[in-house]
Design a protein around this ligand. Structure first.
Ligand SMILES: C[S@@+](CC[C@H](N)C(=O)[O-])C[C@H]1O[C@@H](n2cnc3c(N)ncnc32)[C@H](O)[C@@H]1O
Length: 257
């Protein structure tokens, strides 16, 4: 771990092991998971990174947002500290309805978010899928369990579900490989349509090749903090030429279960 991070020396004991609580450069918190041996965010700023990767370069690019649709639906892979929901809700304000669906493996992160991220998470009530909250015009549905399984239940819980944006915010492909495979990405593919957008902080060549393989048109956008690039994917169009070339390059492995 680099030297710039400020550990609060607080440890949060979750169901998936211990998390170190870290203050990032914009003063927002992140967690370093002992189980995955990785921090949830860039140490250059957890909230600022969330806005960069998933709002300014993600949701705001979606057709529905650009056309000022009155209701938006977002799917997040990895609830973590809840920054994805909080930043989205803040950016949209009360004029836009939001259904924010977030998939999370470690149920104890709900109590972390309630105590240390925001009191709005006290609105969460148990539901068939985990927890649900209606906060003004914004609904947060927190789906607990392994996302590889819960992803297949979403259309049962929310008939006709079609998302405007996906925030692919699992831990890295090296530490959390299950959520970057062609099988999992194919499930994400079924939840969007022309005009929807998926973004992720990862610029891994294998992730890009696998997104392209399952049907996404893949492009790059500038990274946050010290990161050079991130990845944006669409349900229509063609991938960047350099990514199409990777289709032929057998040295870059496709990610599979
Ligand atoms: C990088 S953090 C997400 C940060 C979060 N988006 C935020 O804004 O605070 C990744 C999250 O993915 C969760 N995760 C890892 N494997 C998972 C799985 N198989 N199913 C669901 N969630 C998983 C981790 O528990 C962790 O909370």
């Amino acid at each position: 771990m680099s030297s710039e991070f400020k550990s609060t020396s607080k440890i949060f004991q979750g169901q998936l092991g211990a998390y170190e609580v870290i203050v990032t450069e914009d003063e927002s918190l992140t967690l370093k998971s002992g189980f995955f041996d990785e921090a949830c965010h860039s140490l250059s700023g957890a909230k600022a990174e969330t806005r960069h990767n998933y709002l300014k370069n993600g949701l705001f690019y979606s057709k529905s947002y650009k056309e000022k649709k009155p209701k938006l639906t977002v799917l997040e892979v990895g609830f973590g500290l809840g920054h994805g929901y909080l930043e989205t809700s803040k950016a949209l304000g009360d004029a836009i309805e939001l259904h924010f669906i977030s998939l999370e493996l470690d149920p104890s992160l709900v109590s972390f978010a309630q105590e240390l991220s925001s009191p709005v998470f006290h609105e969460l009530k148990e539901s068939a899928w985990g927890f649900d909250a209606q906060i003004g015009p914004h609904q947060l549905s927190l789906i607990l369990g392994d996302a590889r399984k819960t992803i297949t239940t979403l259309k049962g819980f929310f008939p006709g579900l079609m998302v405007d944006a996906i925030y692919l915010d699992a831990f890295s492909p090296r530490r959390n490989p299950a959520l970057w495979t062609s099988e999992f990405l194919s499930e994400l593919w079924t939840l969007g349509q022309k005009g929807s957008v998926l973004t992720t902080y990862s610029a891994s060549q294998s992730v890009r090749k696998t997104l392209d393989h399952v049907g996404f048109a893949v492009e790059s956008f500038p990274g946050f903090g010290r990161k050079k690039q991130c990845t944006r994917a669409w349900w229509e169009g063609e991938s960047l030429t350099e990514i199409i070339k990777m289709r032929m390059n057998s040295n870059i492995p496709l990610l599979n279960d």
